[in-house]
Design a protein around this ligand. Sequence first.
Ligand SMILES: [Zn+2]
Length: 448
Amino acid sequence: MSKNQSGTYRLDNPIQQPTDRVITAKRIFTGRRGGTIADAAVAIQRGRIAWVGSAGELPAEYGALPVESHPEATLTPGFVETHAHLGGFAYEFDPDVPEPERHDQGWHALTSLAPARQLASVGVTTVQSLGARNFADVVLREVIDHQIVAGPRIVASGPQLTTSGGHSWPTGGEVDSITEIKKKIRDHHKAGVDVIKVMATGGFGTFGSAPWNAQFTTEELRALVEEAHRLGKRTAAHAHGTQGIRRSVEAGIDYIAHATFISEDGITRFDPALADQIAEKGIFVDPCSPPSYPAVEGETSTPRAKELYDHGVKIVLGHDIGAVLPPSGYLYGMEQLVASGLPEEEVLIAATSRGAAAVGLAGVTGVIEAGYEADLLVIRGNPIENIADTKNLDEVIIGGFTFQRDHVEPFDPANRWSNFELKPRLSGLDARTQWVERAERAASHPID
Ligand SMILES: [Zn+2]
């Protein structure tokens, strides 16, 4: 170890240094609408994009750089997962020691490294963690930024703010008043988070929390947004139920996860007027929903995506990876959005430039343009016409270096939970089915 100029320690042989080079491809999708360049080239210097354009117009100053050519491939910006849980992944198991709690932070940070690297291995070069025990995601961000391990860029929230006993309370972010909300946000700020995540409604993963009901008042959420913004942090709300979505919108939340529009009776009813408000306010939405369990034939993992898209809502790709889907589910999620009726180009924009904006990295990543970080994918084929081509990934470049990918088993849609063994405490996942059945039975119950 040695001291670098900023005074922090780093390895003497930092891993995976960026390589200055020119990459040519059959086409480049820049991340902008209509932004496809044929027979294109991109020049990378010091980890950033120095120039992009038609290969024939490459400026002379880049003529001496080594050339890497991919004549059959499309170059796209690296993908962004806007809703992962890096630090919640280890819910399913503990270290085999008498007192596992003593290793909590280290355990969660280290066990989250595998899914973070798996995400990068399928093309996700930026990951927003929206909920992690003991700031394990902040630790992970730091070791990656310090080039001690190679992984995706990480945007970290630390523990989600929730009510006592509310959704995800074991993560450690319980707050029950405006004073406690402010205190918790200041504490998160001190711990180095990038974004404040709040559980605006109950969730399927926490036994006894009702996903259709709001957990906070509009006034509480407003105070949360104000305090987070005061510290320069964005806010993201988990919201299944319509009541919690509405309160989040009224409070000025920047990002909504799920937006499933579940009502009191456990039945989802899309609210077009509320969708219009989400669109007007420019709130980003990841429409991922817990899939029915067992999976329902024909149901996509993004049941509300098309309706939200038709109302002009800014859809992004967040899949609750680490909590609901394994990392291999990202590309499946892209295909699900196309299956829901979103055009391929729209899904690619959502996965790249818009995703970057949603996680606070506008101007940094998600676009292939001079000045941006060189976060790029080399994909065989043309994902703008066939989204399934995203599986034909030849190379992942993060900050100008070629990421050495880990093996990732292809995602099996028939068994969405293949990587997870459900523990009884996660049985709230069946709650939707139970509530729907109960509502149906109640409807025919005599009330005399
Ligand atoms: Zn989540």
